[in-house]
Ligand binder design. Structure first.
Ligand code: GUN
Length: 292
């Protein structure tokens, strides 16, 4: 069994980005600048955004955190988005999701200039990605592709089962792994809440991507010997014995599945850290694409 170490790989990617930032500075240019919009003070979102801002500092990017009140109107948020679209000093930005219920998420995502949409959530980017054109690829699926590629996990001709059809993970990774090229050329099945007899599918898959959000759902009896398992789950499960009062659980019963797997991602330390590295990579691409 080989561990697909997202912590180590994301550090390598960040070091590569850091070198590119040094070269940008040496050339006398402005460094890439990422902005993040956070509405309200949801604990998990604050943690994620804080970590994104810290990673920017680490690689030498400029970063701006824009914190807005929970009760901000949709119109006021859209004005902020427009300002970010116009601001020539900002190469890319993200609006952290989920947004408060009174705000129409779709309307907000559509307002983001696709050229600055480093999350890759705008339909223009999603469509370009699906058509094999240059696009910002959403950070989580982009991170999974990088892990598969850098560990040289065989995907060509393999049967890949993706469990979960979210717009952020399941849907895009199912498209990417079926495309031509590195970490691609797989035969992909996309399973979801209405799928019948899921176990018969997981049992015959060469690669299983779990993006369901149900802790320890995938057990050893559901996979075949030699499987590759990518665990995208990050659920906070209450645990009073832990100082934080919770532990993070993936969608995979790690120990028992690892015993049968060729390759597997841990949680934490698998896909999670890759996500931030790929957001930085997209921000670097934004600067390169937008100035050429
Ligand atoms: N909420 C959970 N994941 C993400 C992400 O990748 N980007 C944004 N903007 N919000 C999220």
């Amino acid at each position: 069994m080989k561990l697909l170490d997202g912590k180590k790989t994301s550090t390598e990617i960040k070091e590569e980005i850091k070198l590119k930032v040094t070269a940008i500075k040496t050339a006398g240019e402005r460094v890439p600048h990422l902005a993040a919009v956070l509405v309200g003070d949801d604990g998990a979102s604050l943690t994620y955004v804080g970590s994104k801002v810290r990673s920017c500092k680490y690689v030498g990017f400029e970063s701006t955190l824009i914190r807005l009140e929970e009760d901000i109107t949709e119109e006021a948020l859209l004005l902020k988005i427009d300002e970010l679209n116009q601001n020539e000093n900002i190469d890319g930005y993200i609006v952290q999701l989920p947004l408060p219920k009174h705000i129409n998420e779709e309307r907000v995502l559509l307002a983001i200039d696709p050229k600055k949409d480093v999350d890759g959530f705008h339909p223009a980017n999603f469509g370009r990605m699906a058509l094999d054109l240059d696009a910002f690829i959403p950070a989580t699926p982009f991170g999974i592709i990088q892990l598969l590629e850098r560990y040289e996990v065989p995907t060509s001709g393999k049967h890949c089962l993706v469990v979960g059809r979210s717009h952020i993970v399941g849907r895009p990774i199912s498209i990417l792994m079926s495309q031509k090229g590195p970490a691609g050329d797989a035969t992909v099945t996309l399973a979801h809440s209405r799928t019948q007899n899921l176990k018969s599918l997981t049992k015959q898959a060469d690669i299983v991507v779990m993006a369901l959000g149900i802790p320890e759902f995938l057990t050893a009896d559901m996979v075949k010997e030699g499987v590759t398992v990518i665990d995208v789950g990050i659920t906070r499960v209450a645990d009073e014995s832990h100082p934080k009062g919770y532990v993070i659980k993936g969608d995979v019963a790690f120990d028992e599945v690892a015993a049968k797997a060729n390759y597997i991602t841990p949680v934490p330390g698998g896909v999670g850290p890759m996500t931030i590295a790929m957001l930085l990579q997209n921000t670097l691409l934004a600067k390169q694409w937008n100035q050429s």
